[in-house]
Write a protein that binds this ligand. Structure first.
Ligand SMILES: C[S@@+](CC[C@H](N)C(=O)[O-])C[C@H]1O[C@@H](n2cnc3c(N)ncnc32)[C@H](O)[C@@H]1O
Length: 245
C-alpha cells in the first residue's frame, strides 16, 4: 500500500468500529432489496465495493443475493470471508476494479462514505470502474455523507465510545479543497493506544452527480440514507441510485 494512512483499515481498532455498526447492515440490505424491486432489477448478482467486513453483504446474502466483495484491506477481506461463507471476497483496489473482477453485476454498491479517500480524479476513475462492472440493465447505489450538512454539523472535537476504545476525532475542514482533516486518537483504560491522521474529500450533491454523469451513469433518484425520503440539502447522507447511460 502506497498511502500511509491506509493502514487504518488494517487495524483491529477499525474492525471494532465496523463491528459497532454491524446491525445497520441489515437495514441497508432490506432497503437495497426494496430498491431492486422498485427499479425492476432482474438478476441477483451483487458487487459490494468496498465491502469492509461484509456487514451489508451478510444480510443481502441471507435475502438470496449472490455476493462478490472487493476491499483493499487484507484484514477486512479476511473478516468478510469469515462472516459471509457463501460470498466471494477478493482483495483489490477499487481504482483498478475491472482488473480484479471480470464479470458484470446487477447491483453494485459503494456505501458508507467510501469515496473521497484519494483525489477527485481517483473518484472519477473509481466511478468509471463501477460503471464498467455494472450490467447494462443493472443499477449502482452510491451512499455518501453530505458535505453541506457536514460543514455545519460536524463538531471540531468528536468523542465516541467503540468498546473497548474511546475515540477522539479532531476535525478540521479545509474549504479550499473540500477535505476534512481528521486526527483520530484511540484511548483504552485512560492510555493513548494510537493516533492516526487522514483526510477525506466531501461532496455536495451536484458535485458527485456531475462526477457520476461524467463516469457514464444516468441518475435515477437520490434518497436520504437508506430511506425513501427524497434527499434534501440538510440531510446527513445522500444515496444516489443510477444506471449505466
Ligand atoms: C468506511 S469503510 C466501508 C465499508 C463497507 N462499505 C461498509 O459499509 O461497511 C471503507 C472501506 O474502504 C476500503 N478501501 C479504501 N480504499 C480502497 C481502495 N482503493 N480499494 C478498495 N477498498 C478500499 C477500506 O479498506 C474500508 O474497508
Amino acid at each position: 500500500m502506497e498511502e500511509y494512512w491506509l493502514k487504518i483499515f488494517e487495524s483491529d481498532l477499525y474492525i471494532s468500529e465496523m463491528l459497532k455498526i454491524w446491525e445497520e447492515g441489515e437495514k441497508w440490505a432490506k432497503w437495497i432489496n426494496e430498491v431492486t424491486k422498485k427499479y425492476n432489477v432482474k438478476g441477483n448478482k451483487v458487487l459490494d465495493v468496498p465491502c469492509g467486513i461484509g456487514r451489508v453483504s451478510y444480510y443481502l446474502n441471507k435475502l438470496g443475493y449472490n455476493i462478490t466483495g472487493v476491499d483493499i484491506s487484507e484484514k477486512m477481506i479476511n473478516k468478510a470471508k469469515e462472516n459471509v461463507k457463501q460470498g466471494i471476497f477478493i482483495r483489490g483496489d477499487m481504482r483498478k476494479l475491472s482488473e480484479v473482477v471480470k464479470e458484470k453485476f446487477d447491483i453494485v454498491i459503494n456505501i458508507f462514505n467510501s469515496l473521497g479517500y484519494y483525489e477527485e480524479e481517483d473518484d472519477l476513475k473509481i466511478l468509471r470502474e463501477l460503471r464498467e462492472v455494472t450490467s447494462q440493465d443493472g443499477i449502482v447505489i452510491v451512499n455518501l455523507e453530505n458535505r453541506d450538512f457536514m460543514i455545519y454539523n460536524k463538531p471540531e472535537i468528536l468523542h465516541s465510545f467503540v468498546p473497548p476504545f474511546l475515540i477522539i476525532d479532531q476535525n478540521r475542514f479545509d474549504p479550499y479543497t473540500s477535505r476534512l482533516y481528521v486526527i483520530r486518537t484511540y484511548i483504552k483504560d485512560g492510555k493513548e493506544i494510537e493516533k492516526i491522521e487522514f483526510s477525506q474529500r466531501y461532496y455536495s450533491l451536484h458535485e458527485i452527480v456531475n462526477l457520476m454523469k461524467k463516469a457514464g451513469f444516468k441518475i435515477l433518484d437520490v434518497f436520504s440514507g437508506y430511506s425513501w425520503k427524497n434527499f434534501e440539502i440538510n440531510d446527513p447522507q445522500m444515496t444516489i441510485i443510477a444506471k449505466p447511460n
